[in-house]
Design a protein around this ligand. Structure first.
Ligand code: SAM
Length: 278
């Protein structure tokens, strides 16, 4: 299968396991016409599926600002980002500008372009913030940095070719839209059995055990309304217990980054809950 690539490198991206994941997402059944993705990230599932309509959300405001510019004004975003990529800029200066923009500039095209630039130049493409909400990933060490122009164009086309709602909110709010017939795919920050093997840093608040329980409960509510829920997570005793009401399938996924440097393939869970199971 030909896998469409996102403009972003993103930790936890489903790009490399998309062919293992898609069979679990009902598509083509007459009542399953809308996909809800409350943890859309780099949008790898979004761009590799073809539902009639989408609700996509993520609590990372900087990320969703890029989505909004891709949707509203691709040319302006591409020009602004391309001029950054063509300049010989100092990583820490760009990061400083990004972190110290005026509040009214927070959702500007310049911020969106800086975010794309930072994500391509930072260490391992890790999007990490400190507790005050400042992006704090150090500089990466790259000989050549790729400007993902065609990927930005493709992504923008995808956003503009479907009925779409984009939300920069917590997953609980996105899931509030779920209704009969919706397919919900959730790819939250993974809960690991060992503390030093998980990455939860995409947003200042992080994501933890309580977040995973809250997600499970929201999904059960949505499935009671007639939606179908699919969740990815790491495969361990804790996640198996949290999602014990779901059908659970195991897949093997290549691993890009773990805090302890472990790059061995990892077992992942795909948990599925349908209305007839409740
Ligand atoms: C594993 S990534 C999703 C990757 C995506 N499936 C892909 O293939 O590109 C998890 C995402 O959840 C987002 N996130 C973390 N906490 C969240 C929350 N409470 N509500 C909504 N999104 C959240 C992060 O910003 C991150 O983009």
């Amino acid at each position: 299968m030909r896998v469409e690539k996102s403009f972003l490198k993103w930790i936890g991206s489903k790009n490399r396991i998309i062919d293992q994941l898609l069979p679990y997402l009902p598509i083509g059944e007459s009542h399953c016409t809308r996909l809800i993705e409350p943890f859309v990230g780099a949008g790898n599932v979004f761009i590799n599926t073809n539902y009639q309509s989408y609700i996509i959300g993520d609590s990372n405001r900087d990320l969703m600002n890029v989505y909004v510019w891709l949707y509203d004004n691709l040319a302006l975003l591409v020009n602004t980002a391309e001029s950054l990529f063509n300049d010989n800029l100092d990583y820490y200066e760009v990061r400083h500008l990004f972190n110290n923009c005026q509040p009214f500039d927070r959702d500007s095209v310049e911020q969106a372009a800086r975010f794309i630039w930072l994500m391509r130049h930072c260490f391992n493409g890790i999007c990490r913030y400190n507790k005050s909400g400042k992006f704090n990933t150090p500089k990466g060490n790259y000989k050549k940095v790729y400007f993902p122009k065609q990927e930005l164009i493709n992504f923008s086309n995808k956003l503009n070719s479907h009925e779409l709602l984009m939300l920069s909110v917590d997953f609980t709010e996105t899931l509030g839209y779920a209704d009969y017939g919706d397919v919900i795919y959730c790819d939250p920050p993974y809960l690991s059995a060992s503390e030093n093997d998980s990455f939860v840093g995409y947003t200042p608040g992080g994501f933890d055990f309580i977040g995973t329980i809250a997600l499970r409960d929201c999904l059960i509510k949505a499935v009671r309304k007639g939606a179908i829920a699919i969740v990815s997570n790491s495969d361990n005793a804790i996640t198996r217990d949290i999602f014990s009401d779901f059908e659970r399938y195991t897949i093997t996924a290549p691993r890009r980054v773990a805090a302890n440097g472990n790059r061995q393939p990892a077992k992942e869970l795909i948990c599925v809950l349908t209305p007839d199971m409740l």
